[in-house]
Design a protein around this ligand. Structure first.
Ligand SMILES: *Cc1c(COP(=O)(O)O)cnc(C)c1O
Length: 365
């Protein structure tokens, strides 16, 4: 059994993908070809914002967002302590200070109540992460941001298509950042990322930033970088985008089956409220005390699982000198010790899912 089977997905849309790739190769328009702009327009429409800019990676989208919003030295940016390292790292790369806030035990997303206590006069922005594809508490976060005059950058890397109060996440903040890393719900065949926004000035800046600060070839207006979404990747993503909603539906159905079948086992299954649409980038259960033991037994049965993430960010070596010792990240630490992600992807065979369910049931009852 595979934790994720990207080959199975390719096989299901092979014709479309092969044609998309061949078209780019024949056109030889490898850098910022027409497909990049087409994808930018389609993703902006899909999320319900005005603009999108394709970049090299989701991490670059985060860095670009911070720079475009003028966030840097002396500024503080609030992020959850339990997320992928890129969320923190890009804040540091932009020159600002990371301020970690603990997560909520049920949602795994930033705890809005604890968020307020982390705000200082240097706080400039909040980066909520929609972890595992579950929307963060956007109404609370947006009202806190409004009250304290803070910018909001949504880390949408795991949650394209997710909704909160009937609105797509990614359309709440000032800027939102997507990753097309191959394993994401909308994944390229290599690295790729994008940011979406309604702010014209941000888009004007980043369209230059990604080509060395140039608005005209060989004339740089400011120091930029080299960070474009490849035309090849854009073409692949254009072929995949029409399938995204149906893939999300399959993920949600698989999640429902897991949650129904595992309901009587002493584990915590993902919670979901009626005002949100979770896109289940991961289906993550929580096993107090014996997560690692269960994981080992599953491994022996050839059932792959993953731990996202084994260490919260405030305990990472990279952030050792940034840690405020008096802060409490108890829920982030607990989650790191207890979470276990099960195989979930549109092509997952129901016989495989049944095997996962039966094995967990057997181990824990
Ligand atoms: C994948 C991911 C990123 C970074 O995306 P890359 O395209 O790999 O740079 C950022 N934040 C979160 C939460 C992610 O899962």
């Amino acid at each position: 059994m595979k934790f994720l089977d990207l080959h199975a997905q390719y096989k299901s849309i092979q014709k479309e993908i092969d044609k998309a790739i061949a078209d780019v190769i024949h056109s030889t328009s490898f850098i910022l070809g027409k497909q990049v702009e087409d994808l930018e327009n389609q993703i902006a429409d899909y999320i319900g914002v005005k603009y999108a800019v394709g970049l090299n990676s989701g991490s670059d989208a985060l860095t670009a967002s911070l720079i475009a919003l003028g966030i840097g030295k002396g500024d503080e940016v609030i992020i959850p302590a339990f997320t992928y390292i890129a969320t923190a790292e890009t804040v540091s790369i932009a020159g600002a200070n990371v301020v970690f806030v603990d997560i909520d035990a049920e949602t795994y997303n930033i705890n809005p109540e604890k968020l307020t206590t982390a705000i200082t006069q240097n706080t400039k922005a909040i980066i909520p992460v929609h972890l595992y594809g579950k929307p963060a508490a956007m109404s609370q976060i947006m009202s806190i941001a409004k009250q304290y005059d803070l910018l909001v950058i949504e880390d949408l890397a795991q949650a394209i298509g997710a909704e909160y109060n009937g609105q797509k996440v990614g359309s709440f903040g000032d800027i939102s950042c997507l990753s097309f890393f191959p394993t994401k719900n909308l994944g390229a065949y290599g690295d790729g990322g994008m940011l979406v926004t309604n702010k014209k000035e941000v888009v004007d800046f980043i369209r230059q930033w990604r080509i060395h600060g140039q608005s005209k070839k060989y004339y740089s207006n400011f120091i930029g970088v080299s960070s474009r979404l490849d035309t090849l990747q854009a073409a692949i993503l254009l072929a995949k985008l029409p399938h995204l909603d149906s893939w999300i539906e399959v993920r949600r159905n698989l999640a429902q089956i897991y949650s129904d079948q595992l309901a009587d086992i002493p584990i915590q299954v993902p919670t979901s409220s009626s005002n949100e649409k979770h896109v289940f980038h991961q289906y993550t259960i929580r096993i107090p005390n014996k997560r690692d033991e269960v994981r080992q037994i599953l491994k022996k049965k050839d059932i792959p699982t993953m731990v996202y993430y084994p260490d919260p960010l405030h305990t990472q070596k990279a952030y050792s000198k940034f840690t405020k010792t008096n802060d409490s990240f108890i829920e982030s630490e607990k989650a790191s010790n207890e979470v276990l992600s099960l195989p979930i992807y549109p092509e997952l065979a129901s016989s495989d899912q049944k095997m996962v369910i039966d094995s967990i049931t057997q181990i824990l009852t």
